[in-house]
Structure formats: structure tokens, C-alpha cells
Design a protein around this ligand. Structure first.
Ligand code: ADP
Length: 508
């Protein structure tokens, strides 16, 4: 009995034109998309191209290599390596349709090959087996593609979700004429809801808003829709757990050709932190402003009180008119006045630093002379401490003398203040030729390591107990700013209970 191979040989020899005609008319009738790729060819060119393909196909059937040929063309398709065919231009479903047309054309010629029913059935079985295999392969490829597309989509959705979560931005869409609003998962999270819990409706959304926000929101929503403009709205919600969040929504209405509203989509961002940061910034600005005004206002009367007390001390000393008590009281008042004066001066400096108005008068200064003067000043107020100057201090450095004195005095004041039970303070100077480092070491209470980083911040104090050591926590902040303006560095080494070394560097 003759087989599919003989049938293919028969068509090749006697009826290749007929086969081609049936095949082409079938594929044109089915409008297989793949044919559009060849729309630039004339009918003759298309026929010639299809003839070559058909001959190859029939030869494959004749030689028993049809299955491999079909598998090869699928592989080419999968790897997008068909010459002249752009990536993604043909689809495995095109191939399934082409196979159907091949089969159709072959069946039409079968009666010409044999009139034997038995032989026809035999060849039909072979044909069906062949096509079940090649079509199966194509369908598997389709399936694989669909999976890939799904994975890509899932990845894109995942990336979108990630991005939304990072930025705390959710998205939503509302179809006109429905009550249902679709929300992204992040939007559910912003509202403190579980995405799987319940579908969101317009009413449910509004129920989370503060009442006066609801009116405003609805008003601007309808106004924007009538005007056809995208709009932005800020409002506050109360989450199911009672927490309030400030949200900002941007909405974009979409219209059809007849200017009818089709849908509105938009984004909603949780801006609570942003708003809080703005409020804190404003409070801090107001505090700075208050500080600046208060210290200015305090300074003027204080200067005049100081002048009167100086005068009183002088009169008392000259004429010996007052009792010894009176002299002592005046001196006490003068000391306290000096403290007040320096506190106010520090506060004024903080305002200046903040406003970027700290002026420097730079000139060469001998470091040893400067340090000796400072040590002498502190020795007067803290006679119980022995302050030792050591190292290579005899060096000229360009600086604002008054400001660097301020830094050294602050370091020394702290050294004696925070080492009440020890007597020694060391001022050590090292000079590398490029920069000079001044380090003040005490053997006092020290500072825990986790506090070091914050010490140079404004108003930071290690000891919460304000009564044990007085101070405002601004001396180190001012010192750090002064040194920064000199392009130097500040730092410390300290161990709790053992003592501290505070240092600064200046370029020579
Ligand atoms: P104040 O001494 O007025 O509080 P400072 O800005 O000079 O402000 O210092 C900030 C904080 O750093 C102090 O409150 C203190 O806790 C800590 N500190 C500074 N110097 C020393 C030191 N030598 N030893 C221990 N703690 C110190």
C-alpha cells in the first residue's frame, strides 16, 4: 500500500501548481496576518515565493523530514531569526492556520492520487498524525509565549507596586456611571486597609475623609470635571485604626469625542511626613526668630545695667563709702551679670550662625600667646584646676583671634566644669607644618560613645539632669561652626568616667 511519502512525490511531480493554488486561496481567504508581511510583493512574486516554500515542504514530506523541517521553522520563529521578518511580526497562531491550509490543499488532491478508500484512509491517518504533531508543537509554543507574557506583566505589576510603595503613592481609576473605584494595593495600605478585604466604593472612600474635607473635595471634583481640567486636592483621612493621614490626590478626567466623561484616573500620595516636616521647619524658624529678637532686646538693657554696676564698684572703691557687704554684693552682681552677658552673646551667635551672618576678621596670631591668655582667664575662675600647656604651640596661624579664643575658652570651661573631682587639664598642641591641632584633655566624667556624634549639635546636652551642670548646650555648636568657617575640623575622644579630649585643627 502506498504511503504519505508516495502521495507527496505524486503532488510534486504532477500537481504542484494545483496544490499551490488551493493553498494560497485558503490562506488569503483566512486572512492570515503573516501574509500582510508580503503585501509589497506582486501576486506573481508572492506565488513564486510560496512555490519555493511549498516545494520544500512537499520534499520534506516525501523524504520523511517534514517534522524536523516544521520544528526548525518554529525554532526560527521563537528566536526571531527569520530573515526579513521583524521581531514579533508573526505569531504561532499564524502557523497553526497555515498548517490548516496545507492540510486542506493536500486533502483536495487526495482523490486524484487514489480512488481506493482503504489507501485514502491510510494516508489520512499519516497526515493527521503529522499535523497533530506540528500543530501540537505550535500550540505549545503559544502556551509558552503566553506564560512569558504573564510573567512579564506580573513583573511589571510588581515593579509598579514596589515603586508605589516606595513613594507612598497609590493609584486609582473610576469608570463614569459606576460606583466602583479600582485601587492599587498601595492605596489600600495608605488607607490602612487590606487589599483583599472589600471592594472600594465612592461612598466608602468618602467615609474615611474628615467631614469638612468631603465637601471641599466633592466641590473641586465636580468643578474640575465640568471644566475638563486635571486637578489636585489635599485632604485628611482617619484610618480604621484611628490614625490621621494627610493625602494629596491628583486626578485626570478622560472624555470621549462627544466631550462626555468616560473615566477619571489619578494618584494619591501620603504626604503626612512631608507636611509634618514643613510644620517642624516653620516652628524651628519661629524659634530662631524669637531667639534672635529676644537676645537683641536683652542685650541693650543689660549693657546699660553693666555700665551702672561698673560705676558703682568704682565709686565704692574710690570713696570707701560703702560697707564691706555692699562692696561684696556689687562684685557678686557684676560676676552674675558677666555670666548673663556671655549667655546672651552665645544666643546672639547662634542666631548669626543660622542667618549665615557670622563675620570673621582674619589676621596672623601666635597660637602660644593666645592659648596662654585663655589659660590665664580660666585659671582665675577655676583656681582649683591646674592647666598645663604642652607641645609645639609657638606658631603663627591666620585666624579670627576673638573667635578662636571663644573656642578655646569653651573647651577649657567645659574641661573644668565636667571634671569637678580632678585637678589637671592638659592643652596639647601638635604642628605638622601644614596644620596645627589644639587638644584639651580633662580627667572628668567623660561622655558615653553613643553620644559623641550629637555633641556638636545645637542645644544638645549629655546630662539630662539640668541641675548637676548648668549650660545651654550651644558652646560646642558655636565652636564647631567657628572652626568650620576657618576650614578646620573639630572632634573628640572620650570614655565615660575617665575623661575627654576635645580638639580642633587649623590650617597654617
Ligand atoms: P553646655 O556645656 O553649655 O551644656 P556645650 O555645647 O559646651 O554646652 O556642651 C554640650 C554638652 O557636651 C554638655 O552639656 C556636656 O554634656 C557635654 N560636654 C562638653 N564638654 C564636655 C567634657 N569636657 N566632658 C564631659 N562632657 C562634656
Amino acid at each position: 500500500m502506498r504511503s504519505l511519502k508516495n502521495f507527496a512525490e505524486f503532488i510534486l511531480t504532477h500537481h504542484s501548481d494545483d496544490y499551490l493554488t488551493s493553498y494560497l486561496s485558503c490562506s488569503q481567504e483566512k486572512e492570515i496576518p503573516i501574509l500582510k508581511l508580503f503585501s509589497h510583493l506582486s501576486p506573481d512574486q508572492l506565488r513564486e515565493m510560496s512555490r519555493l516554500g511549498a516545494v520544500k515542504f512537499l520534499e520534506g514530506l516525501r523524504d520523511g523530514t517534514g517534522l524536523e523541517q516544521a520544528a526548525e521553522s518554529l525554532r526560527q520563529w521563537e528566536t526571531d531569526s527569520i530573515p526579513g521578518v521583524p521581531k514579533g511580526a508573526i505569531h504561532p497562531s499564524d502557523l497553526v492556520l497555515l498548517y490548516a491550509c496545507q492540510k486542506f490543499a493536500l486533502y483536495r488532491l487526495l482523490p486524484r492520487f487514489t480512488s481506493s478508500a482503504q489507501e485514502s484512509v491510510h494516508i489520512a491517518i499519516e497526515l493527521e498524525e503529522y499535523y497533530s504533531q506540528v500543530q501540537n508543537n505550535a500550540v505549545q509554543l503559544l502556551f509558552k509565549m503566553q506564560k512569558q507574557a504573564e510573567q512579564e506583566l506580573a513583573l511589571k505589576n510588581f515593579q509598579l507596586e514596589e515603586a508605589q510603595a516606595l513613594a507612598h503613592i497609590g493609584s486609582w481609576e473610576w469608570e463614569n456611571g459606576t460606583t466602583h473605584v479600582s485601587w492599587s494595593n498601595e492605596l489600600y495600605r495608605i488607607f490602612g486597609l487590606d487589599p483583599d478585604e472589600k471592594p472600594i466604593t465612592h461612598e466608602l472612600f468618602l467615609s474615611y475623609l474628615l467631614p469638612h474635607n468631603t465637601e471641599n473635595l466633592l466641590e473641586s471634583w465636580w468643578k474640575a470635571i465640568q471644566e475638563g481640567e486635571p486637578f489636585r486636592q489635599e485632604y485628611t483621612i482617619v484610618r480604621p485604626d484611628g490614625a490621621t493621614r494627610i493625602l494629596e490626590t491628583q486626578s485626570f478626567p478622560i472624555y470621549n469625542d462627544k466631550r462626555e466623561l468616560v473615566r477619571v484616573y489619578g494618584t494619591t500620595q501620603d504626604i503626612t511626613q512631608k507636611r509634618q516636616a514643613e510644620i517642624e521647619k516653620e516652628i524651628s524658624r519661629q524659634k530662631d526668630e524669637f531667639l534672635s529678637i529676644a537676645s537683641h532686646e536683652l542685650k541693650t538693657p543689660l549693657t546699660s545695667v553693666k555700665a551702672y554696676i561698673d560705676l558703682m564698684a568704682q565709686v565704692l572703691a574710690e570713696g570707701s563709702k560703702g560697707s564691706p557687704e555692699l562692696v561684696r554684693y556689687v562684685h557678686k552682681a557684676k560676676d552674675n551679670l558677666l555670666k548673663l552677658h556671655s549667655l546672651i552673646a552665645d544666643l546672639l551667635d547662634v542666631s548669626k550662625i543660622h542667618a549665615g551672618k557670622l563675620q570673621l576678621n582674619i589676621a596672623p596670631v601666635n597660637m602660644k600667646a593666645l592659648l596662654s591668655e585663655c589659660i590665664e582667664t580660666i585659671s582665675h575662675v577655676a583656681p582649683q584646676h591646674k592647666i598645663i600647656l604642652q607641645g609645639d604651640a609657638d606658631v603663627e596661624v591666620r585666624m579670627d583671634k576673638h573667635r578662636i579664643e571663644q573656642v578655646v575658652l569653651n573647651y577649657l570651661t567645659n574641661a573644668v566644669k565636667y571634671s569637678p573631682k580632678s585637678e589637671k587639664v592638659i592643652v596639647d598642641v601638635t604642628n605638622t607644618g601644614k596644620e596645627v591641632t589644639v587638644a584639651v584633655t580633662d580627667f572628668g566624667i567623660g561622655i558615653p560613645a553613643d553620644k559623641h556624634e550629637k555633641l556638636f549639635q545645637r542645644f544638645y546636652r549629655v546630662n539630662e539632669d539640668v541641675h548637676s551642670f548648668t549650660g545651654l548646650g550651644i558652646g560646642l555648636y558655636i565652636s564647631a561652626e567657628i572652626i568650620k568657617r576657618h576650614t578646620g575640623r573639630v572632634g573628640l575622644e572620650s570614655e565615660e568616667g575617665k575623661g575627654s579630649t576635645f580638639y580642633f585643627t587649623l590650617d597654617i
